[in-house]
Design a protein around this ligand. Structure first.
Ligand code: PAF
Length: 299
């Protein structure tokens, strides 16, 4: 692995079992130019790394519809409102590379911070209310950082299609809004949540759960399942109350929010909502987890 680090730092590019690794925009773009010139399509899977089966399912989905798959791994500092959270975000690059090779991913883009950001760079996108609801309340500035980096990645890679996980449902709505506002020519695909056999939503942050936390964390998916089974549009506020109680009664779990929301606006759902989604965020031990389930889809 030492050799690997030296090699790719030196050349800005390396190739292991067909996975090409680029650390600079220029080298990546030179490679992608050949793909674009030969009218082959590019699928982008942007990630923060610490890859798991959820990420691999995005890559598999991208492979079905594109000729060249680019996965980016970049722990984007601007989307972490808490410096401690940024510091302890899991970084497992050697394992990530193995997974990408096994998955047959074509390109890994793994830039350093200086390759993406100039000093004192400013960014503000008017995303409207969506930015400040739910996740936005608990992670102020988070979605400015997300849109900032995703905008840059779209500009660098110029993908035909980009793939995001449903677990970050609000993030998907916000990126869709940015793409509409800025008229970015990219198609967005939201891929279903991948779960462990016991129901826990896969997340890079699960690494931080102690075995006790891991047991208590199941209350999130259990509650979402319970809401799904008992869903009745006339009884949304009652369901929400019960769900909040179920989660709050679980030891070691600090509920941040539970909402049964309109899937487009993320305001409380009503009779006219075409899409309805139940979303939850909670601290389990020291680890913040989110999860959601679609209750009504495209009525
Ligand atoms: O969902 C994530 O992993 C990140 O927010 C993203 C989209 C890669 C931007 O850094």
């Amino acid at each position: 692995m030492v050799i690997f680090n030296e090699l790719y730092n030196f050349a800005g590019f390396n190739n292991f079992n067909d996975l090409k690794i680029f650390t600079t925009k220029n080298n990546l773009q030179q490679h992608l130019l050949q793909i674009q010139d030969s009218h082959r399509t590019i699928g982008l899977v942007p990630t923060l790394g610490a890859l798991h089966q959820g990420h691999l399912s995005l890559i598999a989905q991208a492979q079905q519809y594109n000729d060249e798959i680019v996965c980016s791994i970049f722990v984007n500092p601007t989307q972490f409102n808490d410096p401690k959270d940024l510091e302890k975000y899991p970084r497992t690059i050697e394992h990530d590379i193995k997974l990408l090779e096994q998955a047959g991913c074509n390109v890994l883009f793994k830039p350093e911070v200086e390759e993406i950001y100039d000093d004192n760079e400013q960014w503000h996108l008017n995303i409207g209310e969506l930015e400040h609801l739910l996740e936005g309340k608990f992670r102020p500035g988070h979605y400015q950082g997300v849109t900032q980096v995703v905008y840059k990645l779209f500009n660098i890679v110029k993908p035909d299609t980009a793939y995001f996980g449903q677990k970050d449902y609000q993030q998907f709505l916000i990126i869709k809004k940015m793409v509409d506002l800025l008229k970015i020519p990219v198609q967005l695909v939201m891929c279903p949540i991948k779960r462990e056999p016991d129901g826990l939503a896969m997340s890079s942050r699960n690494i931080h759960l102690t075995s006790e936390d891991r047991k208590h964390a199941l209350i999130l998916s259990k509650t979402l399942n319970w809401v799904t089974s008992n869903f009745n549009i006339n009884n949304i506020s009652q369901l929400k109350k019960e769900a909040e109680l179920m989660i709050s009664n679980e030891p070691g779990v600090g509920l941040e929010y539970f909402e049964i929301a309109d899937g487009d606006t993320l305001h409380a759902a009503n009779q006219n909502s075409k899409n309805i989604v139940a979303l939850v965020a909670a601290k389990v031990g020291k680890t913040r987890l989110i999860d959601n389930v679609l209750l009504v889809h495209g009525r």
